[in-house]
Design a protein around this ligand. Sequence first.
Ligand SMILES: CC(C)(COP(=O)(O)OP(=O)(O)OC[C@H]1O[C@@H](n2cnc3c(N)ncnc32)[C@H](O)[C@@H]1OP(=O)(O)O)[C@@H](O)C(=O)NCCC(=O)NCCS
Length: 229
Amino acid sequence: MADDNQMRYALRPMREPDIPQVAALEREAFPTTWPPTSFRHELKSSIARYLVAWDTQATEREVNEAIGALTNSQDVASLPLGLGKVGALVRRLFSRPAPPQPAEADLLVGFVGVWFMVDEAHITSIASKESHRGKGIGELLLIGATELAHLHKTRLVTLECRVSNTVAQNLYKKYGFKIVGRRKGYYQDNGEDAFIMSTDPIESPEYQRAFGDLRRQHSERWGVSSRYV
Ligand SMILES: CC(C)(COP(=O)(O)OP(=O)(O)OC[C@H]1O[C@@H](n2cnc3c(N)ncnc32)[C@H](O)[C@@H]1OP(=O)(O)O)[C@@H](O)C(=O)NCCC(=O)NCCS
């Protein structure tokens, strides 16, 4: 937590320049997801909203390094297989690295995606950067997603979660999610089942009270976060 009681990490809507970093966060957190999410498509979707957590104390150099590393690796990854790709790799091996560009983005440390369907807010994906876990960022993302759901006047927040993913389940249970169903063989990589988890109605006085307490505890523990959802 910062001395001035501000949380180091802040929340804002995802923008197009964030796509390479969010795609990298997805690859790190969900390495078996295939095909990868088309964030370009998601950003244009009328039912989807994405929030990113960013490091307010990252230096311009750190931002540039993170973005530069992704830009370099993506150039090669996006080429078709064959001589072009080999040629690009050879050029990379023998050429000087591209100079860092001025920061046009923030250093991202997490993201959450929400689809608004009928009267439900469905969390499609939530992840914090592996090196930054256990610092309240997962909670910050879930708080932001729930605030978004509140703004959209949805009745519930729902999601699916691997039955083996007890870390994520702990986070959701802390925020009042209950297991309300199970989808057999939901995950294609290993045939694992998914728990369907859901909150109680988020407008109910009980939920509002509990959510208010959790937000306050989060601020007391990690500092007051800047959240623009
Ligand atoms: C799940 C995930 C988003 C949590 O993010 P995080 O930034 O580490 O979470 P926080 O630091 O805010 O922790 C919030 C709560 O999560 C739970 N949690 C976090 N780390 C945990 C751990 N190592 N063991 C058990 N519970 C844990 C706890 O309930 C914790 O609250 P507490 O600190 O009061 O105990 C993160 O582990 C992640 O990105 N995992 C990979 C992607 C993933 O599995 N996403 C969920 C798909 S359903």
